[in-house]
Design a protein. Sequence first.
Length: 234
Amino acid sequence: MIKTGIIGAMELEVEELKKEMAVTAIIRKAGMDFHEGSLNGTPVVIVRCGIGKVNAALCVQILIDEFKVSHVINTGVAGSLNAGLDIGDILISRDAIHHDMDVRVFGYRLGEVPQMGFREFKADEKLMDLAKKACEKVNPDIHVMYGRVVSGDQFISSKEVKEHLIAEFQGDCAEMEGASIAHGAYLNNTPFVIIRAISDKADDSAEMDYPTFESAAARHSAALVKEMLKELGA
């Protein structure tokens, strides 16, 4: 049975989805409220995981162990690292990397988790395709593209750091949870996709742009997810 876990780091990233779902139970685990029920006729569990990679990883494991989800969708906002991604655009993950994992002293590439054998956690191609088609349907005026999510426990608001993430990882957007969600889903053999609406340019203007555009960006992501669920349910 299809049962989708939907994760947002902040309340504004999931509040619209929770308002429209039919809730059958709210279960609290690890300080997180897991809203179980259905949305657009599809079984879902919607949760605000909190900010940062540890919260995100814990959330994925609980969704899989306790709620037996079959898919994971991570919705939210991010800073653009790609000149072709402007504020308001949407990026759908092709893959995700931990940009703050550094074990180069032992011969690993920057961003590579030791003993994994790779550093890119690849999103599910069917979910990627479904997300892009859903976005084109419900957000026809918004530019949407596939790309790479790079994640670390820091808010990127410096041109120098931004340039580093582009040069080292060829990242398209930067945020604080996606790679951990991808990592957890991979270890559990669970299909995932990360959806990011661009709220800022991840540079010296980020602190000003982010509060201005985060709400609109989150709404666009929520509309996309709702449309995805229709297709998943069908």
